[in-house]
Design a binder for this molecule. Sequence first.
Ligand code: PEP
Ligand code: MG
Length: 757
Amino acid sequence: MLDQLRRIVQKVNAAKDLQSALNIIVSRVRESLSTQVCSVYLLDSDINCHVLMASEGLNEEAVGHVSLELGEGLVGLVAKHAEPINLQDAPLHPSYHYLKETGEEEFHAFLGVPIIHHRAVLGVLVVQHEVRRRFDEGEEAFLITLSAQLAGVIAHAEATGAIEGISPSGQKTSDTAFAGVSGSSGVSIGEAVVVFPHADLSLIPDRRAKNIDKEIEFFATCLSAVRGDMAKLHDKLAGQVAEEERQLFNVYLHMLDDDALGNEVVERIKMGSWAQGALAYVANEHVQKFETMNDDYLSERAIDVKDLCSRVLFYLQEKETIKTEYVDNTILVSEELTPGMLVEVPKAKLKGLISVKGSGNSHVAILARTMGIPTVMGVVDLPYNQLDGRELIVDGYKGEVISNPSDQLRNRYLEIIKEQDQLIQGLEGLKDLPCETSDGHRVHLWVNTGLMSDVMQSLDQGAEGIGLFRTEVPFLLSERFPSEQEQTDIYREQLLAFSPKLVTMRTLDVGGDKALPYFPIEEANPFLGWRGIRVTLDHPEIFTAQIRAMLRASIGLENLQIMLPMISNVNEVNSATQLIKKAYRELVQEGLEVKYPPIGVMIELPAAVYQTRALCKMVDFVSVGSNDLTQYLLAVDRNNPRVANLYSAFHPAVLSALQFVVTEARTEGIPVSICGEMAGDPGAAVLLIAMGYDVLSMNATTLLKVKSVIRSMSMEAAQDLLDQAMHLDDAQMIRSAVDLALYNAGVDRLLRSSRTN
Ligand code: PEP
Ligand code: MG
């Protein structure tokens, strides 16, 4: 059974479009269950109907033409209740709706199961039989399992059609929305530029060849280079392996012949594709074909094809280093955006970002917020490799990507963009005003930085200090560990620019979702593994070089504070402090006039929350990392789009923890700040100041919005709101209460601002 399921899913996966996928489903399921009819009805929301999209057993002419209104017939019932219906004699059921065109009157047994993707019913998979009998438990389980596995494939195929402007039943469609999560607020309209990591056949986007003849010639050169390599390998193996095995290389070589794979690629290039795309298409087709074969030997050939084609791809990419052309209004799209991809685009051209993987709390999203670029993350159903050159709308408020926008929708978004610009201009006047509540309670707004460009922007926005300098950002953008001197130069720039204001430098926080390309960490549970201080304490040479660089950079400026990430116990603080002291002593011995800086820890693990008092006794300040604290308290991976809806800093458990930390730290008389993303959410900021946080550290792009909200509220109103929030037991309700308070304070135009949910 499992084997049958696997084969069907593989076959369907290999289908070239939605219709072929559905045809495979109905024919394979009918065969596997030895039933007389198998059909798929899909919801077409453009016409609000379930359309018979494919069938084996019902009249062919009915396919694509027959549809049921929502809730109509047994199909409508299955979809409405999102539950299977298994009937011995369907015509006797009160909901039975006879569709004359299908010729289904002769079939009595009926089993319909819903096709559900991300909680939404996409359609219904139906099997029918003449004989009056209930489908047995095994058959029902088979169909349910299959439907669950196929839902994703169908959703993907539907999305691919939607990108072309076609609804499942072939109607013209526009304003196709793909849901993701907000990565960075704001709206933009632009042209998609798809970027992808090199040498992975499954990640090559479709592109048009600029010059078909040249493309064919280029492909032929690369092919012959691979032939040359294979021939060399063949010779090299003489005497080392049996002659019979050596012959395998000949088989391999034949695969590349002009009348085999090579020819297919050329044919596809002739149809207009660029060589890499043509190769990837042909390779993937063959790989999938081989993988679905029943014969083990032939299935294994999939690996050969993959290997051979990757070799050709390597040549195609090596010889023609892909120079991505960034258009003036680039919407950068990738399966998984990395900070490196982002900084490759000239800043003035980058209008929006879309990542299929990741979530609003991924570091690439944080970087995007720092740069103020509308971003949508975790758009899991987006057929991203079909998007190159298409017009897209990035709605970073809602976390949505829209393709094929109608004129009406485009105009609406252009209005929002205008409003957005006006709002930003309107806030300019606040830059030099103090951040205080309407009843005079002073709050300090600091910034989080990573790049030097953040520093410039922050000063421009009136930031009063740096609450978090993510030192891993320059490490992430480098090709090896930066030397002590290189680090000194980078740190000095930040300290100098902000002097005499304080700059909080966090020691290297890699691991989790932040992997250095030159220091890979492979772990099953990276967020619970070797991360932050755990890595640097195990590598004192890296830690010490960084501390020395920070101390040297601060000579004469004396505005440095050092902060330790991912602290889970007091021993880590002890060990790190010892190393810092040692580095300091060495520098003093070297004759440098360094000053010993204040040392602080991040409170970002639940364990640290409950040890706030103990930690406060060991350090000069603490800062709450609400991004990780939310992740660890709620057991929700901050990067996983599937559970992004569960990630909320407004969860009562998170708010209680935040209140606990500030109260404990104040009892110990230790300065306490917050540098997680929620500090930059205007609504959350109100709750935080009411709790007692008087230093909020955020992205420069949100600073004036937060200032605007704080200045329009009294501390008394903020405290009332906090009191109300602490009595609610649901994150969504708390969010609504906060939104309402902002509305009452007359600052609802800021409600759209970057949200932490
Ligand atoms: C946090 O976890 O809240 C934080 C500020 O650190 P990062 O987002 O870099 O993990
Ligand atoms: Mg953190």
